[in-house]
Design a protein around this ligand. Sequence first.
Ligand code: KIV
Ligand code: NA
Length: 277
Amino acid sequence: MPQITIPNLREKRANGEPIVMVTAYDYPAARAAERAGVDLVLVGDSGAQVVLGYPSTVPVSTDEMLMMAKAVRRGTESALLVSDVPFGSTEESDAQAVATAVRFAKEAGVDAVKLEGGNASRLSRIRAIVDAGIPVVAHIGLTPQTATALGGLRAQGRTTETAERLVREAFAVAEAGAFLVVIEAVPTGVADVLRDGLPIPIIGIGAGPAHGQVLVLHDLLGVTEGNTAKFVKRFGSIGDDTVAALSSYAAEVRSGAFPGAEHQYSASDEAVAAARA
Ligand code: KIV
Ligand code: NA
């Protein structure tokens, strides 16, 4: 597959071709996404939870995100590679945000970074990073890094005030220079308002059809334990398959069925005798 470019995404939107984005946190997932032909791979800070076991996305560090981004970069060829920048790595100043984005571009080789939020200071960060020559994906609606301030992990844009805010922020992040916007957990009717008028493509996650979709890899594979958000569809049962495989392995080791003859090396009688001597 040829390399996906930012203009390709605009063309897809213009042609009514849905854009496919998925998260990845390591090399094999990047290879799988590549083989499946997805358009964009996102090193989401959701990896804080689904891979590193943190209770939210807030604690993950820049170095932890960079380690994941580098592994994903090694497995990604044609898809456009975007990485989240973690909470705390862009909040202080535009200069801090540019320095963080530069690390992701230089050390991990990502094509773009994704920033949550659309208030005045976030817009300033987007402008600064775009000015530095690094493409930016915006993320509005439910923004997990600041979910506490939003009243928890809940849908946004269901009230007049939050619906107006969402539309205002969508236009503002586009104006600030973002080339794509992820909209999370927003009523379809509200997200639909943006579909025709917004100058940049919208990737939805719990926002209806949009111009494309993103899901957390471990959610769609069925690795995540317990309840997932309303917008998650499971396309696999890798979690259960993994437990089943490990249970069979443990049972066969304990019964002696594994390793079988076919998994063992053989040597000449002389070599065995010499080993014994
Ligand atoms: O971290 C993540 O996985 C994300 C997507 C859900 C958009 O930000
Ligand atoms: Na994220």
